[in-house]
Design a protein around this ligand. Structure first.
Ligand code: MC0
Ligand code: CO
Length: 134
């Protein structure tokens, strides 16, 4: 069911500092920050030849990354995003196997303008999983 690795997300306390690490220290191609109000985060994308890194900063009250940043003050790997061809078919298959879809269970529009869903980390080896419809 899952296809390509779309991105690895890293939650960070200081997005500008993290973007500078990737742009200057690691010499990567780094986007400008983009607010994602529906997701409570600000994203910066790092383009790599085979995938992307999504740097995440908290946006607003009740950001879904706030508790994670309290536990990981220096930041840390937050989720993996896999591509799926049909997000509703993927959700049905996962729910039938007992996996928990987060939020209200319906897809939201993600940072790439495509539909995304999140799956509970305790059901996937301790890793928060995002599915993006390719
Ligand atoms: C823009 C978009 C895109 O790319 O298109 C994005 O990525 S938006 C990216 C931001 N959006 C999201 O993350 C949306 C989905 N996320 C959520 O709904 C939430 O963050 C949860 C995953 C439910 C976690 O929420 P919260 O930290 O408040 O819950 P909690 O403290 O009760 O945690 C429950 C248990 O899960 C663990 N836990 C929490 N976050 C985790 C993570 N990122 N990776 C691995 N484990 C994690 C906690 O340590 C805890 O384990 P113990 O019980 O063992 O202590
Ligand atoms: Co993501």
């Amino acid at each position: 069911m899952i296809g390509r690795l779309n991105h690895v997300a890293i939650a960070v306390p200081d997005l500008a500092a993290a973007a500078a690490v990737y742009r200057q220290t690691l010499g990567a191609s780094v986007s400008e920050p983009a607010e994602q109000p529906e997701h409570g985060v600000v994203t910066v994308f790092v383009e790599l030849p085979n995938t992307k890194i999504e740097l995440l900063g908290a946006l607003g009250e009740g950001s879904p990354i706030a508790a994670f940043l309290e536990r990981n003050a220096a930041g840390g790997i937050h989720h993996l995003c896999y591509e799926v061809a049909d997000i509703e078919a993927a959700r049905a298959q996962l729910v039938s196997q007992g996996a928990r879809v987060l939020g209200d269970g319906s897809p939201k529009i993600g940072a790439h303008g495509k539909r995304v869903l999140f799956l509970h980390p305790k059901d996937f080896c301790g890793t928060l999983v995002e599915l993006e419809e390719a």
